[in-house]
Design a protein around this ligand. Sequence first.
Ligand SMILES: Nc1ncnc2c1ncn2[C@@H]1O[C@H](COP(=O)(O)OP(=O)(O)OP(=O)(O)O)[C@@H](O)[C@H]1O
Ligand SMILES: [Mg+2]
Length: 257
Amino acid sequence: MSEPVILAIANQKGGVGKTTTAVNLGAALARKGKRTLIIDADPQGNASTGLGIAADAREANLYAVLAGTVSAEAAIQPTSQDHLFILPSNQDLAAMEIELVDADARQFSFRDQLKDASKQFEVVLIDCPPALGLLTLNGLAWADRVLVPLQAEFFALEGLAFLLRTLDRVKRGSNASLQLLGVVLTMYDGRNRLAQQVENDVRTHLRGRVFETKIPRNVRLSEAPSHAQPIFDYDARSTGAQAYAALSDEVVATLGL
Ligand SMILES: Nc1ncnc2c1ncn2[C@@H]1O[C@H](COP(=O)(O)OP(=O)(O)OP(=O)(O)O)[C@@H](O)[C@H]1O
Ligand SMILES: [Mg+2]
């Protein structure tokens, strides 16, 4: 078994499309036959809900794995999509933000507890919560690459600059091999002049590290989680499905998968 690519999907700003990207990029990679694991690292549990894991089917969750009461292998569940698996979470995980503070090597809990089980996969996507707390830092300390969903709006660049400084700090501290895979513009509306301007600024500042693919604002993407389906099952012809398929092509090409 070879080592998987560990990809953290992170942005401390809330509601920018991290979970939508984790679920649908994950589904797109799985549809290409890549064995993919989504780790729901957010106590909100949105990725778990969006993939149809009922609340009472989450007793074996990421919190239990980190606490050592359940093995990662036992907590990982299949989804309705072939080759796509999830390690679910619920509110229990919120306690980890606090408990991890007292643990030794507190940024390395994900890596230490999940590394062995992850070897069954080609790609691991970590859906991070909207904060730069210990859960996100654990994701970043383990990841090879970071994918940053960015909503093209007024404060986006300031938030991005802060995130990039954090990535540098993690690189100098706990994970020297961490790299930015790229920024993906989400909920993009090309008719909005401000969105175009933010796009230009981001592409200028981060030459070559912004995906060509933009994820459009598409109501089908926001409806799919309530049907517990990735977008390809819910509406394969939607602009959202087409965009996430195109993003997965770019990700596969960039990573050489
Ligand atoms: N491209 C899109 N078009 C329309 N709606 C979208 C799109 N992407 C995400 N949404 C909706 O926007 C909301 C926020 O998206 P999502 O949950 O993916 O963001 P997030 O960054 O994971 O949020 P949080 O920071 O709370 O974890 C959700 O209701 C989602 O369905
Ligand atoms: Mg989320």
